[in-house]
Design a binder for this molecule. Sequence first.
Ligand SMILES: Cc1ncc(COP(=O)(O)O)c(C=O)c1O
Length: 372
Amino acid sequence: MNIPAFDLERYFAKYEFTAKYLLSCSDCQTMPVRELVGMASETTRRLWDNLALGYTETMGHPLLRRAIADLHKGLGPENTLVVVPEEGIFLLMNSLLKAGDHVVCISPAYQSLHEIARAMGCEVSDWVLDETDAWAPNLDALERLLRPETKLVVVNFPHNPTGSVPGPGFLTSLYALLEERGIYLLSDEMYRFLEPGDAPVLVPACQEYSRAVTLGGLSKAFGLPGLRLGWLVTRDADLLHRMSRLKDYTTICHSAPSEVLGVMALENREAIIARQKGLVWDNLKILDSFFRTHQDFFQCAVPKGGSMCFPRVTGVDSTLAFCEKLVEDTGIMVAPSAMFRFGDHHVRFGFGRRDFPRVLEILSHYISTHFK
Ligand SMILES: Cc1ncc(COP(=O)(O)O)c(C=O)c1O
């Protein structure tokens, strides 16, 4: 496969382990293994202590598949496939699409959500979120992009990088539109569970629409990206079977320790998520006051979910140049919108980490002293 570089991942590869401060991470605060193991039920703890490091089941550990199914009302373990999250996108696209198919993908987007299809010879149309309407998706705009040969629509809510979450009724109308035309939906729900305050948790697309495949995982809201653990969930048994067969050529099966740690995380979902949400929404208040202080420098719609926002930087001509100078001068890494191939006027902030207030204060001081 001839595929271009994954710009955002290459940018992180350059800075994630060398920059002093990270202000662009999409994942929430992580925890050490001992803390997660300390939360485990007695049964799962026993499973961990006696775990043999052999190959595991291609579809995933039965207990893990059960725990994943429990996140999707009306679906069972037989509707689930355990994957590495990034691998899930690859498996879905390579199982469903062929050269010449038309795909519509939300934009801006995590690059693999459109790049894999494009590299397979599909034509991909960008369904651009409306910045003037707090990055809301517009169904009329989608309808104008659909064609008779459209095979797949790709969405991601809560959205990376803008924090967009559609309003009530939007998803129902989306499913009706796709159903009418027999179009599949990849719903990337990696940031599910990071809805604000008491807002209801996003209802997974696979629950509501038979041609939908939900991608979920433990990397973001749970803060456990090192487990490399995610899942695909769908009612389409044939598609699930094809994706699992393709997995024989990617990872064959998941990592045994990671699967058991994943069961522990899902067993303790409520406690872990409550802590992450507390941190995210405390940080968001600080971010809001930061944007008010620097309103001549940033314009930002309040994110409706997730752990990121995507402000327009009105105070500089090029965010790529700004971010490079910023990391050089202060050690703060911020990802510019060029890494999303989405112009040169935005940056991505991630506010799921404990050190966020301190790093934001350094950035605030930098802007005040260099740009005022
Ligand atoms: C929207 C989205 N989907 C999928 C992924 C892939 O997740 P992972 O890095 O855990 O494989 C990411 C990672 O940033 C993401 O933001």
